[in-house]
Design a protein. Structure first.
Lengths: 201, 233
């Protein structure tokens, strides 16, 4: 069973729908027992960084995630805000401390004046050769809808890049921890293939 | 590089898919769920789904869930959004973005509150323009300043007529804001869509063309590419 973190930050249903299409059981939950039973954990999310962290704290989920992800090393996938919350801090709104699973911060995308923000739509993703979530996927088009990006301290954790005004981390991977800035659950066949690769970890 | 999007717009009334001409004479054109399935199968860039009755009859989460269940592409849901709780309801129903129209006109601070809680990227302010293009520009700028992440710009006079977009309006609004603008109202051919993008639109929304002609989103995107505009084909 794949636990989908239920923390009131939108659009968890889409992830569950996508998993169902892949024949996998996704359980939207905030219960520590469910996370203990889960083989994989997905942290989706639409929303602002401070609200996301507050909701995780209020539900007691920070400690749960630390245990299951850092100690028990369960495969973990953060999507969009879920990837950003992996960092040590976020600069969206009030400066906020994040989960800190990946050294670095979340900051606003630095676009050139000719580009519009938010970065919304299908854009090219360039995966690194060892990017495990992208194995066997030929399509490079994925759907983004965001204004903030993850800036890892160690560039080696960036497993895929996208360029919009600047080149930023479209995906990160570090041991059992993965994050994607785009929405695999909304990127049609290529996105479903990313989720399939994650499930197969 | 970011691709220019082509977005089918579906509107429902009395739980049936409808299409209007100049925002009137809503014609029943069938089952919305069938239309959603077709567009999902056609791998469209995005979908906009608006419940025109929701303002009066309230938001119907079950109906919206039925729609998003069929969507493995991004969906903007709208209709009847008056409060931050309504935004949450639509997100819970599987919306990636939420379109706010009357609710924002009546209470502009709803844009600020929605953007603060859910991020600008999911707040679409929908602007229906009758004749007052200057008013539309001013409202778009205010919406952007309040935190809107995108403008859905619809010309009421061009809606359903299929004779081309209101190009001066698209140009005026697109050049006044730095957030993406989805141009809507008037698409009757792929060439019309190319014109709208050339005036600054980041995406084109269309309805009648997909219901009444053989033109598909893919054909429009091929026309965009032929005109030197990046699209996902």
């Amino acid at each position: 069973m794949i636990a989908i973190v239920d923390y009131g930050m939108g659009n968890v249903a889409s992830v569950r729908n996508a998993l169902a299409l892949l024949g996998e059981e996704g359980l939207v939950t905030a219960s520590a027992e469910d996370f203990a039973r889960a083989t994989h954990i997905i942290l989706p999310g639409v929303g602002a960084y401070p609200d996301g962290m507050r909701e995780l704290h209020e539900r007691g989920l920070v400690a749960v995630l630390q245990k299951e992800v850092l100690e028990n090393k369960k495969p973990f996938l953060g999507i969009c805000l879920g990837m950003q919350l992996l960092t040590e801090r976020g600069e969206e709104g009030a400066d906020t401390e994040g989960l800190g699973f990946i050294a670095g911060k979340t900051r606003k995308l630095a676009v050139t004046p000719d580009l519009r923000l938010p970065h919304i739509g299908w854009d090219d993703v360039a995966p690194a050769p060892d990017a495990r979530l992208f194995a066997g996927i030929e399509s490079r088009d994925f759907y983004f809808v965001h204004s903030f990006v993850v800036e890892p301290v160690d560039p080696a954790v960036t497993s895929a890049a996208c360029t919009y005004g600047e080149t930023f981390a479209a995906a990160v991977q570090k041991d059992n921890i993965f994050g994607v800035q785009f929405h695999p659950e909304k990127s049609q066949q290529a996105g479903l293939a990313i989720l399939r690769n994650f499930i197969n970890l | 590089m970011l691709k220019t999007r082509v977005i089918p717009v579906l509107t429902i009334k009395n739980e049936r898919l409808v299409k209007s001409v100049r925002f009137a004479d809503h014609r029943n054109i069938g089952s919305y769920i069938a239309a959603v399935r077709v567009f999902n199968a056609r791998d469209v860039d995005e979908l906009i789904f608006l419940d025109l009755d929701a303002g009066e009859r309230g938001i119907r989460p079950e109906l919206l869930r039925e729609v998003t269940k069929e969507c493995f592409m991004p969906v903007t849901l709208g209709g009847g959004v008056r409060t931050v709780e309504d935004i949450q309801t639509l997100l819970n129903c599987g919306a990636d973005k939420v379109s706010i129209n009357t609710g924002a006109l009546e209470h502009p601070e709803l844009i600020d509150a929605g953007a603060k809680r859910y991020g600008s990227q999911c707040i679409v302010v929908s602007i229906d323009v009758e004749e007052d293009s200057a008013g539309a520009v001013a409202w778009a700028k205010e919406a952007e300043a309040r935190g809107a992440g995108e403008i859905l710009l619809t010309s009421k006079t061009h809606d359903g007529v299929m004779e081309g977009f209101d190009l001066p309006l698209i140009k005026a609004v697109s050049s006044a804001v730095r957030i993406p603008v989805i141009a809507c109202g008037g698409a009757g051919s792929a060439a019309h869509c190319v014109e709208a993008v050339q005036q600054g639109a980041s995406a084109v929304g269309a309805a009648s063309i997909f219901q009444y002609t053989q033109t598909t989103p893919q054909m429009i995107k091929k026309a965009l590419v032929a005109a030197g505009i990046l699209a996902r084909v």
